[in-house]
Design a protein around this ligand. Structure first.
Ligand code: NAD
Length: 453
């Protein structure tokens, strides 16, 4: 057989049935702060041809299909039926009553004259719905635009009504919800999260282990709206909501957008392991001065973030398998609120590694990034891919989207995959599998004579 006609081992399956992306897609953001307003204003600027959607895989990425010799690499958005940007409509909840225009100006991420004023009318039309908010869960925040209810169940029902009203008002065909709100205090999964009956009883009893984020997730799932969690709080990462999502055929996933320091960590640490280089210590510190930084200055919210940031090295480096290389690794993560920096975060990493015969070496990373500029395209991709998952009938946890998360949810009993490039392969292979294309294993023996032996 010639190289061009030989089949590679991962033969294509039949394409999945994916409902077409017709009509409007409502994107409901929980929180209308820096990330959400930068996302919304960004999409509108792109729609008006005023900027490019840089950082968005759904808008700019291509996907290789078939063998390397076939030279087929369409844009992802031309290969899979994704919602078009022109069909997106936006809604939000926030305890702070600022509209998207005021929020953009307050957060100061986008240039006022270049990207905010020219679309001011559009941004002013997006006003947040009253939030389900309780300061017990986000200590450093106060807000007046808040729902009242006799218990948490009633508040969840009010969110469900908001969802139905938004869908009708904007004549949406489908909706998707993304948590872009503040990081809540650290909560461990407990009896109230075990199953739906316990969860609903706990909502009625105003159990403190039911955080507002869980009420949004519950409301979304009950309304068959896919839900993605961009913050590290538990939210839909509890058995009751995972089961509810599976039972109702709703796509869910999280946690915590992987945008900066952790993204770098999940690229560098697989490199060390691939080369069998040891790591003695990894010290990560950050300064940031936006509202997120202020919220994370509270030890209870920081604890939630810390857990999400610390997990990745343990999973990637597998110290139990490689005790000599990673058994004594000292890993520290710090976030310091430093107002002068605003959204322009700076993250430093000092990595103490060791090589041949144990000789020590160092790597320093100084990551000068803009938090919300990195996060906004992730919100777009998550909204678009979660909508695809829902139309393709993929219910429950969407592990193939772990590419976007610092602390990805995975099926019970499965450890999460953190390596950025394994996550990317998983994502693209899922798209190939959905569309009945050959899954790419990178084996590549079909290009060489020894494949015939
Ligand atoms: N920017 C990044 O790179 C990045 C990366 C990973 C995770 N995150 C997470 O994304 C979230 C948003 O970040 P941000 O920079 O936009 O923060 P932000 O403080 O600017 O915005 C968060 C908004 O959520 C609102 N909010 C808080 N509780 C709410 C509730 N119960 N219901 C509705 N709204 C609520 C706040 O009032 C605020 O307007 C944070 O949790 C942050 O940790 C951001």
């Amino acid at each position: 057989m010639s190289r061009a006609t030989k089949k590679s081992p991962a033969a294509p399956a039949a394409p999945h049935k994916v409902a077409p992306a017709k009509g409007k897609l409502g994107v409901l953001c929980v929180g209308l702060g820096a990330v959400a307003s930068t996302f919304i204003a960004g999409v509108e600027n792109v729609r008006r041809g005023r900027a490019r959607p840089i950082g968005s895989l759904t808008q700019m990425g291509t996907i290789r299909l078939g063998k390397r010799t076939e030279k087929r690499s369409p844009l992802i958005r031309e290969f899979v039926p994704l919602a078009d940007l022109k069909d997106l409509v936006f809604g939000a909840w926030d305890p702070v009553p600022d509209n998207a225009y005021q929020s953009c100006l307050h957060c100061g991420v986008l240039d006022k004259h270049e990207h905010v004023e020219p679309i001011a009318d559009f941004l002013k039309s997006i006003t947040p719905m009253p939030a389900v908010f309780d300061q017990h869960y986000v200590k450093r925040l106060e807000g007046k635009n808040v729902k009242k209810g006799k218990n948490k169940r009633e508040l969840a029902e009010a969110l469900r009504q908001d969802i139905r009203d938004f869908k009708a008002r904007h004549k949406c065909d489908r909706l998707v919800m993304v948590w872009c709100a503040s990081t809540e205090i650290f909560i461990v999964p407990g009896p109230a999260h075990k199953n739906l009956a316990a969860f609903e009883k706990a909502m009625e009893a105003n159990d403190p282990s039911i955080a507002p984020s869980m009420l949004y997730a519950y409301a979304a799932i009950m309304e068959n709206v896919p839900f993605a969690n961009g913050a590290p709080n538990l939210c839909c990462d509890v058995p009751a909501l995972e089961q509810l999502a599976r039972d109702r055929g709703v796509a869910i996933g999280g946690k915590d957008f992987k945008t900066g320091q952790t993204m770098v960590k999940t690229v560098l640490s697989p490199m060390f392991k691939a080369r069998m280089l040891g790591v003695a210590g990894w010290y990560s510190t950050n300064i940031l001065g936006n509202r997120d930084g202020e919220v994370l200055d509270d030890p209870e919210s920081f604890k939630t973030k810390e857990e999400s940031k610390l997990g990745v090295l343990e999973y990637i480096l597998q110290p139990k398998l490689y005790p000599e290389l990673y058994g004594d690794l000292y890993h520290k993560v710090r976030i310091n609120y430093y107002p002068p920096r605003g959204d322009n975060k700076e993250g430093w990493d000092n990595i103490d590694i060791f090589g041949w015969l144990g000789y020590p070496m160092q790597i320093k990373v100084d990551f000068l990034c803009r938090d919300s500029i990195l996060a906004a395209p992730l919100v777009l991709d998550l909204a678009i891919f979660f909508d695809l998952a829902q139309r393709a009938g993929l219910s429950g946890i969407q592990e193939w989207l772990s590419f976007y998360f610092k602390s990805p949810q995975a099926a019970p009993g499965l450890y999460p995959e953190h390596d950025l490039f394994i996550q990317q392969t998983k994502l693209k292979n899922t798209l190939r599998w959905l569309m009945g294309e050959e899954v790419i294993t990178h084996l590549g023996v079909e290009y060489y004579e020894y494949a015939d032996r």
